[in-house]
Design a protein around this ligand. Structure first.
Ligand SMILES: Cc1cc2nc3c(=O)[nH]c(=O)nc-3n(C[C@H](O)[C@H](O)[C@H](O)COP(=O)(O)OP(=O)(O)OC[C@H]3O[C@@H](n4cnc5c(N)ncnc54)[C@H](O)[C@@H]3O)c2cc1C
Length: 416
């Protein structure tokens, strides 16, 4: 275990994709960065392990082309809904590549942490950040408790909160999730499958049990390329029937109805675990006098599709830019630019996404949308662009129609 340094320019709490990539970027610019991570790499993280072209782009921007090339590539999404199936390739886009990937989080997160270490960041593993050393609202340091060693404090000019969903560290500084915003609940597990090298990630937008009864939530099967598939189910707090749903039972029901070609044994799942997804920019404040939140700690998961890795990496990139500036000027007020830039980039899109998930929370609306949409490859290709946030810079038909329609419908409903 690395000794705990006594100070740093920036202390990052949490070494997931958000924290490790902030560290990689700041360290590459010559900053002294310490990452406090409570687990030891490689460590498991409950996730679907799916990387859309948006995530792939963010990883390429971090200089991780070699690593990405080792992971199982996927060319798009196979969508099941309304009794139909469509294979939708990732769209052509001037910015995002036409490929996604699937990789376990043990491997992905360790790869990003390795990149940060090579750039000069210090990782203190098996060490928990237990609180902030506060004076006049400013965080002077992060109190840490290494496993098997006494507690100590790492002094910091700036602190990045990157400890993931339901961030305890963030809450200790007054961060809170707006409970009116949608919250996701999801469970996943690993199953052996001969089709682990499928070209598509697969999503079941409406699911039924073995007796044909409709179930709340959606399901997925993501091929890992290593002899296994990641199977999971998700549920949103906006779904009319979500209260009282036992997600483990839902997961069990789904594993019994996944298409036969996956050839999974529904009773032989491993590492079946669940987690909560804070979405739609639901956590505030995002910035304090000398700290900011990135990734899940800031609730930036995309409500349209539950994707969080791309947004963890993107918020980290923005945060690193602003922190670099703040360090040069020695002035924390620059951090407010981060909050403004997040709004500029995501607020309108996330408002539409939140409205969309409220709308489809009504099972009849969901069924109707699935039945209409799934009749047309063109419409569903546009829906994929919208939901994966791969819209072209100048909205084109038919994606424009789909997105504008959603914006208008959503504007009728109440905020948020
Ligand atoms: C079931 C499920 C399926 C999902 N599927 C997908 C998917 O397929 N694709 C996708 O893009 N997103 C998916 N997500 C969302 C995705 O997992 C998150 O958005 C992503 O992990 C966010 O990264 P992060 O770095 O912000 O947080 P995390 O990955 O949660 O990292 C936080 C880190 O902080 C550490 N930590 C926590 N507290 C402390 C502390 N006090 N001190 C020190 N360290 C601490 C943790 O150990 C962890 O390493 C899914 C989520 C769930 C729950």
């Amino acid at each position: 275990m690395s000794p705990v340094p006594s100070r740093a320019d920036v202390v990052v709490v949490g070494g997931g994709p958000a924290g490790a990539s902030v560290a990689a970027r700041l360290a590459a610019d010559g900053r002294e960065v310490v990452v406090i991570e409570k687990k030891r790499y490689p460590r498991e993280k409950t996730c679907g392990d799916g990387l859309t072209p948006r995530s792939v782009k963010a990883l390429l921007d971090l200089g991780m082309a070699e690593e990405v090339a080792r992971w199982h590539p996927v060319r798009g999404l196979r969508a099941y809904a309304g009794g139909r199936c469509l294979e939708l390739d990732w769209p052509d886009h001037p910015v995002f590549p036409r490929t996604g990937a699937v990789v376990t989080r043990a491997e992905l997160d360790m790869a990003i942490a390795d990149r940060a270490r090579k750039a000069g960041a210090v990782f203190v593993e098996e060490t928990e950040a237990t609180g902030a050393d506060l004076a006049d609202g400013i965080v002077r340091g992060v109190e840490v408790k290494p496993k098997g060693a006494p507690a100590t404090t790492v002094a910091a000019a700036f602190v990045v909160i990157a400890d993931g969903s339901l961030s305890r560290f963030g809450r200790s500084l007054g961060n809170a999730r707006d409970r009116r915003f949608p919250l996701g609940m999801a469970i996943r597990g690993y199953f052996d499958s001969p089709r682990d090298d499928d070209d598509y990630i697969e999503s079941h937008i409406d699911i039924r049990d073995v007796h044909g009864r409709s179930l709340p939530g959606y399901g997925w099967v993501f091929p890992e390329g290593d002899g296994t598939v990641n199977v999971g189910i998700g549920l949103l707090s906006t779904f009319r029937d979500w209260k009282g749903v036992n997600t483990s039972e839902l997961m069990d029901a789904f594993t019994h109805v996944v298409p036969r070609y996956w050839a999974i044994d529904p009773d032989a799942g491993r590492s079946i675990r669940g987690g909560k997804l804070q979405m739609g920019m639901s956590v505030r404040p995002r910035v304090g006098p000398n700290w900011l939140t990135v990734g899940d700690a800031g609730g930036v998961i995309n409500p349209f599709n539950g994707e969080g890795i791309a947004y963890a990496l993107e918020t980290a990139e923005l945060a690193a830019q602003v922190l670099g500036d703040a360090l040069v000027r020695g002035d924390g007020r620059v951090l407010w630019q981060y909050a403004c830039e997040l709004d500029r980039r995501y607020a309108a899109y996330y408002r539409t996404a939140r409205g969309f998930v409220r709308l489809i929370g009504e099972p009849r609306v969901m069924r109707l949308a699935a039945q209409v949409g799934m009749r047309s490859h063109l419409i569903m290709a546009a829906v994929l662009r919208v939901m994966a946030n791969l819209l072209s810079p100048e909205l084109r038909d038919p994606e424009e129609r789909v997105y504008s329609l959603l914006e208008r419908v959503v504007a009728i409903g109440p905020e948020p």
